[in-house]
Design a protein around this ligand. Structure first.
Ligand code: NAD
Ligand code: ZN
Length: 263
């Protein structure tokens, strides 16, 4: 494994524009379960999965009901205020500070990359700490809206301060399109990069999982390196999309990678 970490650190040092993609796996060491692993959220609670699939339809049909349900059920991920970034998040933030990592595209909604100090973060599936206008896509911090007060006064759903549109959680629900600004910027980052580090994702959720495939198929510019860091092989490993897999925990491997880059 150490050989592969050395190889990845060479790739990082030589790259002009490295980006990272992350998934639920990078946050398991912070105590947030993934979805479909042995102690995953859906594995333990199939009813919650069924409800999650309906959430976007409820929002479209009746945003007030959607908000009543959101405010009366706790976050599936647990109490995020009591959860802290782990060494994997900190290592990626440090790589950005050192100038080695330009952007991070995450599927996670937990805000832990930002809390670890990463600045250039694209929340591909939104962020639990924010709200988003379904019409103009403006983002708002949750606190800006006094949601409990609106609920007491019977004034749900919250409306956009810019355009008056209906506001939802920023989190992207099943069946909901990826917000167009984030989708476009992610593609731009993939087009620019010469190294992609893919950390803690099973790479089965689309369209996120198409980003590495897009890079592999990119034409015209020099070939980019694609490196996976994950507890297990994924379709990207098996289909030869990634050049190699460093198999293990992101909370252990990423700090070792930082040490190696610093040597
Ligand atoms: P996933 O659950 O499908 O896959 C996680 C992958 O990470 C698995 O391959 C697993 O083996 C691996 N893994 C688990 N712990 C690891 C560790 N410590 N080190 C290295 N690898 C580890 O997650 P996904 O690919 O991100 O897709 C699930 C969807 O669920 C995403 O859309 C995401 O938005 C959402 N989700 C987010 C959170 C969060 O915000 N923290 C949590 C659960 C699910
Ligand atoms: Zn708006």
């Amino acid at each position: 494994m150490m050989d592969l970490i050395k190889q990845a650190s060479d790739h990082l040092r030589k790259s002009a524009y490295a980006i990272a993609l992350t998934g639920a796996g990078i946050s398991t060491e912070s105590g947030i379960p993934d979805f479909r692993g042995p102690s995953g959220i859906w594995t333990k609670n199939p009813e919650a999965e069924r409800k999650a699939y309906q959430r976007y339809e409820v929002f479209l049909a009746n945003p007030a009901t959607y908000w009543e349900e959101r405010l009366s059920s706790p976050s599936l991920l647990g109490d995020l205020d009591r959860i802290a970034p782990n060494p994997g998040h900190h290592a990626l933030a440090e790589l950005e500070r050192m100038g080695h990592l330009k952007t991070l595209i995450t599927q996670n909604i937990d805000n832990l990359h930002q809390r670890a100090g990463s600045k250039q973060v694209l929340d591909y599936h939104g962020n639990e700490s924010r709200l988003r206008c379904a019409s103009c896509h403006a983002r708002y911090e949750r606190e800006e809206y006094g949601l409990e007060g609106l609920r007491r006064e019977g004034r749900l759903p919250p409306l956009c301060k810019g355009c008056g549109g209906v506001v939802k959680l920023d989190t992207v629900h099943f069946g909901e399109p990826i917000p167009p600004d984030v989708a476009e910027r992610s593609i731009e980052e993939v087009e620019k990069c010469d190294l992609m580090l893919i950390c803690g994702t099973s790479a089965v959720v689309y369209p996120f999982a198409s980003l590495p495939v897009m890079l592999k198929q990119r034409r015209g510019s020099a070939k980019a390196a694609i490196v996976e860091i994950n507890a297990e092989p994924t379709p990207l490993t098996r289909e030869g999309i990634s050049d190699y897999l460093i198999q293990g925990k992101t909370g252990q491997i990423l700090p070792q990678l930082v040490d190696e880059v610093k040597r």
